[in-house]
Ligand binder design. Structure first.
Ligand SMILES: *Cc1c(COP(=O)(O)O)cnc(C)c1O
Length: 237
C-alpha cells in the first residue's frame, strides 16, 4: 500500500474512534482536536498528513522537532511540543513550538518566555502552554512526568504570570499498566479546579492510541495519537 493510503486509513479509523467516543460521552466531536504525534517518522510523513487535512502535529524530542518544524515551515501546521523538556532547551523550543504541552516545573518558564520574545518581540497572542500533571502513583516504579497534583495550581499561576505565556490548561499521561479511566477522571477534576481560577485554561490534553476513549469520556479536548495513525515506532530508548 502507498504510504499516503496507510496514513489515510489510520486517520480515518482514528477519526471514527474519536467520533464514537464523543457520541458515547454525549459530546460534540468538533470539540476534540486530533494532534498527530509524528516523532520518529520522517518529514515526508508530515507532508502527507498535511495533505490529508491534519493541522496539528506533536513531537517529543527537541532536536528532531526543531529540524522537522523548520523543514515543514511552509505547511502552516501547529507544532505541539509534548516531551520532557530541559530548562536549557526551553528558549529553543519556544522558537518553533506553537503549544508546549509538557510544562512541569517553574524553572522552564523564563526560557520559554525569552524564546518567545526573541521569536515575536511584539506578539500579544503568546505561546500556548499546558501544565503536565502527574497521574502516577507516587510509589510507582515508572514515572511518566508531570508536576504532582498538589503543585499544579501554583505552577499554573506562575505560567499565567509569565510574560508571553498563555495558560491553556493541563496535560496528562495515564500511568503505565494502571487504570487509565480513573487517572483521566482525576485529571478532569484537577482541570476543573484550575479553570475556576483561570477561565481561559479550558484545554485537557489526554489520550493516546490505546486510551483515547476513556480520555474523551473524561473531557479531553486534545488527543495525542501516534502509532494508531503512523504505525509502530522503533522502540523508545
Ligand atoms: C509518543 C507520545 C504520544 C503518542 O503515543 P501513541 O501511543 O503512539 O499514540 C502521546 N503523548 C506523548 C506525551 C507521547 O510521548
Amino acid at each position: 500500500m502507498a504510504r499516503i493510503d496507510e496514513l489515510r486509513a489510520g486517520l480515518d479509523h482514528t477519526r471514527d474512534r474519536i467520533a464514537q467516543a464523543a457520541r458515547a460521552a454525549g459530546r460534540d466531536a468538533r470539540e476534540i482536536t486530533l494532534v498527530v504525534v509524528t516523532k520518529f517518522f520522517p518529514e515526508s510523513d508530515v507532508r502527507l498528513l498535511a495533505e490529508l487535512g491534519v493541522t496539528d502535529v506533536g513531537e517529543n524530542r527537541h532536536q528532531e522537532a526543531q529540524r522537522k518544524a523548520a523543514a515543514c515551515a511552509d505547511l502552516g501546521l501547529r507544532w505541539h511540543f509534548i516531551g520532557s523538556l530541559q530548562s536549557n532547551k526551553a528558549a529553543a523550543v519556544a522558537a518553533y513550538a506553537d503549544v508546549v504541552s509538557s510544562v512541569d516545573r517553574a524553572k522552564l518558564l523564563p526560557g520559554l518566555s525569552r524564546g518567545l520574545r526573541e521569536r515575536h518581540p511584539a506578539a500579544t497572542g503568546g505561546l500556548e502552554v499546558l501544565v503536565q500533571v502527574s497521574l502516577d502513583d507516587p510509589d510507582a516504579a515508572h514515572h511518566r512526568g508531570g508536576v504532582p497534583i498538589a503543585g499544579a495550581g501554583e505552577l499554573c499561576d506562575l505560567v499565567d504570570d509569565t510574560d508571553g505565556l498563555r495558560l491553556r490548561g493541563v496535560m496528562g499521561v495515564a500511568p503505565l499498566g494502571g487504570d487509565a479511566a480513573a487517572a483521566f477522571r482525576v485529571l478532569g477534576e484537577v482541570a476543573a479546579r484550575i479553570r475556576a481560577e483561570h477561565p481561559g485554561a479550558d484545554w485537557i490534553s489526554a489520550g493516546m492510541s490505546h486510551d483515547l476513549e476513556p480520555a474523551i469520556a473524561a473531557g479531553a479536548t486534545h488527543v495525542r495519537i501516534g502509532s494508531a495513525i503512523l504505525g509502530n515506532r522503533p522502540e523508545i530508548k
